[in-house]
Design a protein around this ligand. Structure first.
Ligand code: DGL
Length: 287
């Protein structure tokens, strides 16, 4: 559930989330994406760490990432994370973007001296659960062409047919939805057809949402799917990883309002500001 997150989830009693230290540490978790997609990761982190201060960064000045080149992403993301680290002093960074992670995670880790958790396509859990041994990977155009995805497929899904499709349109639809705009079901259908209409696509039973924007429109995708499909993403696993990496650290005693940071104009419209509040991001800033 989005929001300020006093809700206890089934993960909340997970011992890896217990914190032994007693002194309050106000350093935030910095969650980074090109736009609103990382909110799907923020939601999962909030469930496990409701007391964690959050700085959520949408690189709207660089949006969209999925149609950019590898060089552009690999240069932009580490530099931006460096500036953000100087300003917000996070205890940990989550790159809540498959495109940025599959291209620039190595460069970001080399440039910064703090833990960085990446978001990569959930091919492993998809392969573990697929009954038909055919899985789809729906991401951005940049993500689906990455050697990182080749490696995940070879390592974890070698006995599966793995089909991929990149869609910039779905990213735009998720951005529009969070701005309260109506979206056309035909556009979701067309994007899904790009995956399912490939040879062998009729066997797919599990679709990896390999862009953090896509869990935000999972309902719309489900509604136009020609048959029931299992959609899977990596947000819960990322949240568990954040818990492990911050184990034993202290947190503020009372909830701290989250901050949403935009890297450029325009200011977010009222509907988006309201959506950000529902995710616990009460304040909006410009980098
Ligand atoms: N949310 C991002 C991802 O997970 C990228 C979307 C975009 O900017 O194209 O890939």
């Amino acid at each position: 559930m989005p929001g300020t997150g006093r809700v206890r989830s089934r993960f909340s009693r997970d011992p890896i989330c217990s914190n032994a230290a007693t002194m309050s540490d106000t350093r935030p978790l910095l969650i980074f994406d090109s736009g609103v997609g990382g909110l799907s990761v923020l939601r999962a982190i909030r469930e496990l760490l409701p007391q964690g201060p959050i700085v959520y960064v949408a690189d709207n000045a660089g949006f969209p990432y999925g149609t950019k080149s590898e060089v552009e992403i690999d240069t932009r993301v580490p530099a931006l994370l460096g500036r953000l680290t100087e300003r917000y002093h996070p205890r940990l960074i989550v790159i809540a973007c498959n495109t940025a992670s599959t291209i620039a995670l190595g460069a970001a880790r080399a440039a910064l001296d703090l833990p960085i958790v990446g978001t990569v396509p959930a091919i492993k859990p998809a392969a573990e659960q697929s009954r038909t041994r055919a899985i789809g990977v729906l991401g951005t155009e940049a993500t689906v062409r990455q050697p990182y995805v080749d490696r995940l497929s070879a390592e974890f899904a070698s006995d599966c047919l793995v089909l991929r499709h990149g869609s910039a349109e779905l990213v735009e639809l998720a951005e529009a939805k969070l701005r309260g705009l109506a979206t056309d079901p035909e556009k979701y259908r067309a994007a899904l057809s790009g995956l399912l209409d490939q040879p062998g696509g009729e066997r797919i039973d599990t679709v990896v949402l390999a862009c953090t924007h896509f869990p935000l429109i999972e309902e719309e995708l489900s509604a136009v799917a020609p048959r029931p499909l299992d959609f899977i993403d990596g947000a819960a696993g990322i949240a568990r990883r954040v818990c492990v990496l911050t184990q034993g650290q202290s947190w503020p005693d009372s909830p701290v309002p989250g901050i949403a940071v935009f890297t450029g104009p325009p200011d977010p419209p009222p509907a988006l500001v309201a959506a950000l509040r529902r995710y616990g991001l009460q304040n909006v800033e410009r980098l």
